[in-house]
Design a binder for this molecule. Sequence first.
Ligand code: F6P
Length: 359
Amino acid sequence: MKKIGIMTTGGDCSGLNTAIQRIYRGATLRGWQVIGIQDGTDGLCTTPPTVIKFNEETLPIENARLAGSFLHNGRADALNFETAAERGKIEQFNKKLKDSIKELKLDALILIGGNGSLSLAWCNREIYSDIQLICIPKTIDMDIPLTDRTIGFDTAVQQLTSFCDQLMLSARSHHRWFVVQSMGRDCGQLALNAGIAVGARAILIPEIKFDIDALINHIKTITEDHGIIIVSEGISLRGHSGRPADMISRKLTKAGIVNRTAFPEHTQRVGDTTATDRILATKMADCALNAIANNETYVMTSISNCECKTISLSDFFNTGEITSDPNIPDVKTSDSYVSPNDPLLEIATNLGIYIGEQK
Ligand code: F6P
């Protein structure tokens, strides 16, 4: 019999609970024991480690569609990889995690995290040398290399799309535009996909340079006097500071285009998990359990052409673009972005959506 720990780290998103519930169910059917580590790595920093035992009552099926994480994702002020590195305590921190894993007598840990958590797990891999480490990628930003999909992305696109759909009705009533700022950090996937779903007239993403005068001219040529412009939070406008949507809005106003800004913020991270995200979470949970059964370690579940398989964490880390935390150079993250060959870019252009100054 194996003993498995599950941990959710980084920002929450919808679909985490589906993954947890499916792992619990699949593992129980295999005769394995499953425990949940509370609050990400915080749960391993306490003495004894803070864990919960799952059963049908603590993990009811009807809760598996709810956003957030039953296990919590950690407190901002707690000791974690970033703060430990910043305070020169990374060795003690890593030792504490390794000791807690030993104390829990785990055979395997399933870590559900974003590109930061997965990169940190790989860069500090000695912590997990006595067990099997299986990672599952989740994030609304969809900025994780080597997987076509991440848990939480589809629900976030749906949430942002619904938000914009509602605003369209108000925009029409008042003959004005809405500049909606999406999340996504420095990756434009969320803005691009929701923009296409909504039928936005312009989508600005960090990966593509835009020209503010070209954007203004484009909006002025549109016969309708209302609509949606989506700007990703990662864009910048030379010589301007503040929130990207505010910067664009001010320029539009100056050019005589009546508009308002809107900020869906963390509503993009919540919302009942879409069926697509639940299926994805289920595929990834099943793949993670198969990987444990096959004695794999240091792997990540990955979707390629709808098929879920494992890839090595080393490939994940080395394939992306490595960025260093500006305050803590030792903390490195492997990132992915919207590819210049993404078919949605050409489709957007064909449909008259301003997407920036593409070559
Ligand atoms: O990485 C997920 C994400 O939601 C980003 O899109 C966003 O920039 C960030 O997290 C927000 O983080 P916080 O909840 O800490 O403000």
